[in-house]
Design a protein around this ligand. Structure first.
Ligand code: CS2
Length: 436
């Protein structure tokens, strides 16, 4: 089987994850769509869209030549070309990695119609947002009767496929499009591969061994992809490359979001607040290591459908992955867009723990460290789509309530007070005493 995938967001994560699963499965090519900048297209065009994937873990470093990308469309240069490609019958799979903020969802998981970019897209036939492109492109496809299509979100949202489908339908309805999506499916997925920004010297190292040297990607050895077996038409044989096709992704997704991503965010804020730069340095700090384990353990208590032993082993394997010094994974990279990440990774878990009498300490601590980080920015602009509102909330008399309110985390007053107490703790001893 051969075919063509249209991928929105051909950044490092896509090029380390879905791209290699697709290359190994064989037969399919990927056309990328950059929604904003021409940077990746400009870097890769001179290499016929080949690039080098550098895999670094305890076994050392290995490099792989990637040949699966055939082109990158830069959407703002020619929006029509993107819409036409979505309506092209040769494209039967769409994949998406645009990060959490690229979906423009509100706290209820619906499309935020008052977001300025979404509102602008509702008014024009030539969109700028992912959801605008999908709604208008799939409408063209419906009119052209170009056949079934599977649209696969690969971002860290819970129920990512269902959320994307809802957002596309919300857009179509608000724009008055008669979109039915009767020939489209939106399978949920869990994606996992730690992929930091590539270090500056990586191109030179790659060039030295005569591989494509522009825009190389660095990643870890581990990778996992679990996909709901809900395809509208043909797809690459991803299972031959190690992907798992399952009836229900939810348990895998919750395990990864709550244990890996939750611990990542805690380490990012608490680590930066203590002057660490990289994940492996933060997790080597005995206190943060203990808190990391405690957070994973508490999160594991909220998970259903996965055995206790399996979760303990998974947690220990995560610590080993975080320890990987060769990745040089910057905490600042994880810390960005906290407003989009904290509700999913920490807030939802904390609410469940509070409601069921679980150990809320580690998640209370994570929220307090996020608050401390935001308050500590003081004058510098936060790397977050809600930066302005957060800066204002950080200056209020009760910054904890104000900040959590901005990002839609509502907590019982007892937990709210625990977050305030953890934030007030000026010495490490105080923080320990109140949070764990
Ligand atoms: C990280 C993720 O930056 C972040 O928010 O937590 O990108 C994480 O590295 C991946 O989800 C790992 O699969």
């Amino acid at each position: 089987m051969t075919g063509r995938i249209l991928h929105f967001g051909p950044g490092n994560f896509h090029r380390a994850h879905q791209a290699i699963f697709t290359q190994q499965a064989g037969g399919w090519t990927i056309t990328g769509v950059s929604l904003k900048s021409a940077e990746t297209r400009d870097a890769l065009a001179g290499q016929a869209f080949d690039y080098t994937l550098v895999i670094r873990d305890a076994d050392g470093e290995r490099m792989e030549r990637m040949t699966v990308l055939d082109d990158i469309l830069v959407a703002p240069e020619n929006p029509d070309a993107v819409l036409d490609t979505l309506a092209d019958g040769s494209v039967q799979v769409v994949t998406v990695t645009v990060t959490e903020k690229g979906y423009h969802l509100n706290a209820n998981g619906r499309l935020n119609l008052s977001d300025p970019e979404v509102a602008a897209d509702l008014d024009t036939d030539l969109p700028r947002t992912l959801v605008g492109y999908l709604a208008r492109g799939l409408m063209r496809r419906q009119i052209d009767m170009a056949g079934p299509i599977s649209v696969i979100s690969c971002d860290n949202l819970s129920g990512n496929g269902a959320k994307l489908r809802t957002a596309v339908m919300d857009f179509a309805q608000a724009a008055g499009l008669g979109l039915t999506l009767s020939e489209a499916t939106f399978p949920d997925t869990m994606v996992d591969r730690i992929t930091p920004r590539a270090p500056d010297d990586l191109s030179d190292r790659v060039a030295a061994i005569d591989l494509p040297y522009a825009a190389p990607v660095v990643t870890e050895g581990f990778s996992e992809w679990v996909i709901a077996d809900d395809f509208a038409g043909p797809r690459p044989a991803w299972e031959t490359a190690g992907a798992r096709l399952v009836a229900d992704v939810a348990p895998f997704e919750a395990r990864k979001l709550r244990m890996l991503n939750g611990a990542h965010s805690m380490l990012a804020y608490a680590g930066l607040n203590r002057g660490f730069v990289h994940v492996h340095e933060a997790v080597a700090d005995p206190d943060l290591r203990r808190r990391c384990r405690a957070l994973m353990q508490a999160a594991a208590g909220t998970l259903q459908g996965v055995g206790e032993d399996e979760l303990r082993i998974y947690g220990e394997a995560l610590i080993v992955r975080f320890d990987n010094p060769a990745l040089q994974h910057a905490l600042a990279q994880i810390a960005m867009d906290g407003s989009q990440k904290m509700p999913v990774r920490i807030g939802a878990v904390l609410s469940e723990l509070a409601a069921t009498g679980g150990d809320t300490g580690p998640h209370v601590f994570a929220l307090a460290e996020w608050c401390r980080f935001v308050i500590g920015q003081d004058g510098t602009v936060l790397d977050d789509p809600m930066a302005e509102r957060l800066a204002k909330a950080a200056g209020e008399g009760d910054p904890v309530s104000a900040l959590l309110n901005v990002i839609g985390i509502g907590l019982p007053e007892v937990e709210m007070e625990l977050v305030r107490a953890s934030l007030r703790g000026t010495t490490d001893q105080d923080i320990k005493g109140t949070a764990i």
